[in-house]
Write a protein that binds this ligand. Sequence first.
Ligand code: FES
Length: 235
Amino acid sequence: MEKIKIKVNGNEVEVSPGKTVLQVLKDMGIHVPVLCHYEPLMPQGSCRLCVVEDRGVLKTACTTPVEPNMDIKTDTPNVINSRKLVLQLLFSERNHYCMYCEVTGECELQDLGYEFGLDHFEFPTYERRFPVDNSHEFIMMDHNRCVLCRRCVRACSEVAGHFVLGEMERGIDTMIIADMDVPLGNSSCTSCGLCAQVCPTGAIIDKRSSYLGREVQSEIIYANCDMCPVGCGME
Ligand code: FES
């Protein structure tokens, strides 16, 4: 198939038509942050973390196919600021207080927080409490940790072919549900565990692995007492 020419960060490259911008950037070794994207799931372009600039327009790299004359830029202030804003909004929605999370640092959202240097909540956090579904023998669903990437829903249907997980409501009220909104333990879940495997946060976890995240993840920081409930004032 005839290759097409595009520019990436000022360099002209020839790429195969049919690929997404993300695939091309990945082939070139250019890091692009992603959250909703997970191969081999179908890309859905919902988190907006992978945005790149093409001739002044922001586009999601994971869902945009390459086309002739694209002029992709991955590191402009517009791109970096947009990604950071998305991340700040995600952290302010639901409960993303990482220090109290069962996955203990084994979290893609937290990794992104480090990558973008987030050291405080930029926006007021959404205080509403969502339910925790502990009804399943092996899997716990904590909707407070969910970023609505829908990886679990897609993995359950596209990969496992089980069609157990789905979603209901809209916007901030969106909830991942099992079957017609029954507790996961009472649903037709086969305990394959794929949902926990693809979940980027602590929203769906294998109960037996909780608090077994990274062995060591510590560094000395100056306490930010706005966030800390203890109030010791120590380093
Ligand atoms: Fe592309 Fe989420 S990774 S929009």
